[in-house]
Design a protein around this ligand. Structure first.
Ligand SMILES: Nc1ncnc2c1ncn2[C@@H]1O[C@H](COP(=O)(O)OP(=O)(O)OP(=O)(O)O)[C@@H](O)[C@H]1O
Ligand SMILES: [Mg+2]
Length: 505
């Protein structure tokens, strides 16, 4: 007998529907899987055999052939366990096959017949909704799948529960969407805790409002890590479509917690400086998303920037500019979204001297250290911020800054002005404006023009640096609630090119 069960396989961060055909025929007992399965899919037969037996079903002592169609798509992972097991049960008549045509199924089986959560349920749910199918997944994946509007999702705990459901012996309630995961709140992580450093907080507020990349440079203990880790507390909330896009990547990477629906807050990724290029931008035989994609619509925090391998840092250039990363491997080429906001921190020199004036390093030593951050990379960072050591008074006085909630309100207002300006286009923030939009939205008054050309001449700004100033000036004007950019906005934006100044000296 032949049975067909629908499932899905991942191609990068998209899922394609796969038809799992199971034929159980007389002949010498065997179990063959064809259709480009990887090792995990081939191992499926041992799990399926044990799960069927321990779930109280009979495993047919016959010739079993499983075909995963279309045959030219590579299939990986353990999510085919459940569709294969159901195919065998349908082919031997142990479950009724009539409900299977309208259903897509996936799930890993334990040897006891229990269902374990799998990766990539959210993109599968999007594919099932596109194809007009209903979806049956392990219960722990239910809320993730239910985030897709208009899709009926069933969650099950075990193979025997699924079999009873298909045979009409029990009913399963469709899983409801519980909303995105609530944002974690930690009162200790708040800008109110930060002493002094008012101009750094201001720079981070601008960065948050316009989604600008930012580099902080300062001596050890000045508070760079402390400040960066507080950035998520002032970022605007994820919009609905951003939450889906970011959660799809987390789902493919298997990082959504069991029972978690969508990401409830912008991701914050802080990889260690020993990370490889494959870890940062993605890779593997079948390319998997890297940290830049996991930080999509959120923050990628690179602490101690010059300690990263230089070739790893250079791989950031394409995604920083384009918001996507393309990885080519023997197994195929994949494009992943990677619209992250880079926040980087560094000491001014390897010894970590307390200030520029008191630096014991020679100019070539300093140059060698910061030189690891290449000019093209620096050019792509909108805001360079110096973080000086705290004075004795600042250290002893109680922290008096604004709390994150207050700053966040201004950030949200500034971001809403940008969204209104860009309308229905794909551009969501000032940092994404290309040359055409810059010309349209960032006209300067004559005094602003004069300041900017002076800065280009004095600091040796590149064309890219010039455009960065315009984008940041636009965000500063948005935070001030101004329709047009004023000279003081340009003057403030120029201050955030301090490393260009350092390089031209
Ligand atoms: N502005 C500040 N307000 C309050 N506490 C601060 C401030 N700056 C530093 N600290 C204290 O000093 C500690 C070290 O700060 P942090 O780790 O952020 O420094 P850093 O600039 O990242 O140093 P390094 O260059 O060595 O990484 C913090 O845990 C915090 O307790
Ligand atoms: Mg630090």
């Amino acid at each position: 007998m032949l049975a067909r069960v629908y499932s899905a396989c991942l191609q990068g961060i998209e899922a394609a529907l796969v038809s799992v055909e199971v034929d159980v025929a007389h002949g010498l007992p065997s179990f063959t899987t064809v259709g480009l399965p990887d090792a995990a899919v081939r191992e499926s037969r041992d799990r399926v055999r044990a799960a069927l037996k321990n779930g109280g079903f009979t495993f047919p002592v016959e010739r079993i052939t499983v075909n995963l169609a279309p045959a030219d798509l590579k299939k990986e992972g353990a999510s085919f366990d459940l569709p294969i097991a159901l195919g065998i049960l349908a082919a031997t008549g142990a479950v009724k096959g009539d409900g299977l045509g309208a259903l897509a199924v996936l799930g890993e089986l334990g040897l006891d017949g229990g269902l374990r959560p799998v990766r990539g349920v959210l993109p599968t749910a999007l594919a099932a909704a596109r194809e007009g199918k209903r979806l049956l997944v392990p219960a722990a994946n239910g809320s993730e799948a239910a985030a897709v509007e208009g899709l009926t999702v069933f969650g099950a705990e075990s193979l025997s529960q699924v079999a009873a459901f298909l045979n009409g012996e029990i009913g399963l309630d469709p899983v409801g969407f519980g909303g995105p995961a609530p944002a974690e709140s930690d009162e200790l992580v708040d800008f109110a805790e930060v002493r002094g450093q008012a101009h750094v907080k201001r720079a981070l507020e601008i960065a948050a409002a316009g989604a600008h990349h930012v580099l902080m440079i300062g001596p050890p203990g000045a508070g760079k890590t402390l400040l960066s880790r507080r950035l998520p507390t002032i970022l605007p909330p994820l919009t609905g479509s951003e939450a889906i896009e970011a959660s799809v990547i987390w789902s493919v990477a298997g990082l959504l917690a069991p029972g978690q629906g969508l990401l409830g807050q912008r991701p914050f990724r802080a990889p260690h400086h020993t990370i490889s290029d494959a870890g940062l931008i993605g890779g593997g035989t079948y390319p998997h998303p890297g940290e830049v994609s996991l930080a999509h619509h959120g923050v990628l925090f690179l602490d101690e920037l010059p300690e990263f391998h230089q070739h790893v840092l250079e791989t950031l250039r394409q995604p920083m500019e384009d918001g996507v990363v393309t990885i080519s491997r023997a197994g195929g080429s994949m494009t992943f979204p990677a619209r992250f906001q880079l926040v980087a921190a560094t000491n001014p020199c390897r010894r970590g001297c307390p200030s520029f004036e008191a630096c014991a390093c020679t100019p070539p030593e300093r140059q060698r250290y910061l030189g690891k951050i290449s000019r093209p990379l620096l050019d792509r960072v909108d805001l360079h911020v110096e973080v000086p050591s705290l004075t004795a008074e600042e250290l002893t006085a109680p922290p008096r800054g604004e709390s994150s909630v207050v700053i966040r309100e201004r950030v949200i207002a500034g971001r809403e002005r940008q969204l209104a300006r860009f309308g229905r286009s794909r551009i969501r923030s000032n940092a994404q404006m290309g040359p055409r939009l810059l010309r349209r939205h960032c006209p300067l008054p004559p005094e602003g023009e004069r300041l900017l050309s002076l800065a280009v001449a004095r600091l040796g700004l590149s064309a890219r640096g010039h455009d960065r100033v315009l984008r940041v000036a636009r965000t500063i004007a948005d935070l001030a609630g101004e329709e047009s950019i004023r000279p003081e906005h340009v003057a403030e934006a120029i201050q955030y090119r301090s490393l260009d100044r350092g390089q031209s000296r």
